[in-house]
Design a protein around this ligand. Structure first.
Ligand SMILES: [Zn+2]
Length: 93
């Protein structure tokens, strides 16, 4: 199994006045009662499988997937002996 890098979803915010039904949040398996603002998450490839999430549950889900900001590999300057020191050659006289 491969981990999905990105979540191909559309997220809509539902205002409290728009929430007229109770839903079950897949994040915590608790109910989202009517009148509570929350998120509707619609998979791009399966719009029928949309889910209603508590806003904080969805946000922690996003964090779990590490959506924003994969740590960029810091380029390390190669450490090593610096170039040969410039030596003064004694001038032959
Ligand atoms: Zn929840």
């Amino acid at each position: 199994m491969t981990d999905d890098d990105g979540l191909d979803v559309t997220v809509r915010h539902v205002q409290p006045y728009q929430a007229i039904k109770a839903y079950r949040c897949p994040g915590c398996d608790h109910e989202i009662p009517p009148g509570v603002g929350h998120k509707v998450v619609v998979p791009l490839h399966a719009p029928d499988l949309r889910r209603h999430w508590h806003t904080p549950c969805w946000e922690s889900e996003l964090r779990r997937h590490g959506r924003s900001g994969s740590p960029t590999a810091t380029k390390r300057a190669p450490k090593g002996p610096k170039g040969p020191k410039h030596r003064r050659r004694p001038k032959p006289d």
